[in-house]
Design a protein around this ligand. Structure first.
Ligand code: DC
Length: 222
């Protein structure tokens, strides 16, 4: 099943809710492009970390040699250097979450997403893709799961990537990010108006994907 026309589909939710796995699978099933908006915030955070003693965030964003390739995997380069795995480190997760509270950073990330998604056929995934970036998206999802399960998923994901995390530290980082992302003044994590809310606790990837596809089919038929 593929969505009809050149749709914009958004998937928001907290970390560990299964958004990126589902967004990637949905995009490949539909022949759409998967846009991982978190990678934009992470790329900015990585650049800021390497240059923060020389530049303010405003100066950095004015002329930032950051580029993104959104395909089945997300590739991020800074001044031609591939930083795709560096941006996944836990210190960058926290820095991205804290920098994402700044309007200037959000303006930058929103502009990148809007430019890429203009012609449709995209699945955008993040914290505000349906509430702020594309409030008029064709179909909006909000994925959530119980905090323990989200922390376990995040832990397995990091373990698989070989970063040797400690479960209690993963839980603590996740709670901190949840607080930052939901309580910030600008574009906090919320259920976008009109979004389909799915609780993925106890459901495997195939199960969640079928639920998402069933909703798309229903929307296409209505
Ligand atoms: O989805 P992620 O874990 O890669 O995102 C990293 C951080 O970037 C997240 O904690 C908050 C920020 N972010 C955001 O504020 N808005 C988005 N649409 C995506 C990410």
């Amino acid at each position: 099943m593929t969505p009809e026309n050149n749709k914009i589909i958004t998937i928001d939710g907290p970390s560990g809710a299964g958004k990126s796995t589902i967004a990637r699978l949905l995009a490949s099933t539909a022949g759409y492009t998967y846009i991982d908006s978190g990678a934009i915030y992470r790329g900015v955070a990585y650049a800021y970390k390497t240059r923060k003693n020389e530049e303010t965030i405003e100066e950095l964003l004015r002329d930032l040699p950051l580029s993104f390739e959104f395909g089945s995997d997300t590739r991020v380069t800074l001044s031609g250097k591939d930083i795709s795995s560096e941006i996944r480190q836990p210190d960058i997760s926290l820095l991205a979450s804290s920098l994402s509270q700044k309007q200037v950073v959000r303006d930058y990330a929103n502009a990148v997403q809007r430019k890429l998604a203009r012609q449709g056929k995209v699945v955008l995934e993040g914290r505000d893709t349906g509430s702020v970036v594309f409030p008029d998206a064709d179909i909006k999802f909000y994925l959530d799961a119980r905090p323990d399960e989200r922390a376990n998923r995040r832990y397995s994901e990091l373990t698989m990537k070989g970063s040797g995390p400690v479960l209690s530290a993963v839980k603590e980082d996740m709670e901190k990010r949840d607080r930052n992302d939901s309580e910030r003044a600008i574009a906090p994590l919320v259920v976008p108006p009109g979004a389909i809310v799915l609780d993925t606790t106890g459901t495997d990837v195939e199960g969640v994907l079928s639920m998402v596809l069933a909703h798309i089919e229903k929307e296409d038929g209505s």
